[in-house]
Design a protein around this ligand. Sequence first.
Ligand SMILES: [Zn+2]
Length: 136
Amino acid sequence: MRRKKKRINRYRYPKHQRRPNLTRDFNSPSYKRWRTAVFERDGHRCQMPNCGSRKRLQAHHIEPWSTNIYTRFLVNNGITLCFWCHKNINKKETFYIPLFHKIIAYQLLNKLKTLKNGHNKTKSNKRHKGKTRLDI
Ligand SMILES: [Zn+2]
């Protein structure tokens, strides 16, 4: 009698293909680059009003990672938050989107102002301040 072979579908859904849109590699080079760029733009400080902590910083996606494929690695879609502020906005992310966009817009405005004012005075210092470059 012929034995029925049991089909094993062990390899039908490889681990990395289960939820392709939600898997996030926090250690991938592009993710690391995005995170450091966000931190540098924000001066390594939590951007939540009345916080400004320098400890346990995290880069938060303003437009959610899962639903916005094209804004995942845009520096202006990220904001530096400390662990505690990040925890506080959990499940209220959409409510905070306009606030975070405003914070970044003001930040850019202030940077532009200082660049404009400092243009004539500190021409020689320009080369040393590599971090004043705007990541728009
Ligand atoms: Zn904070």
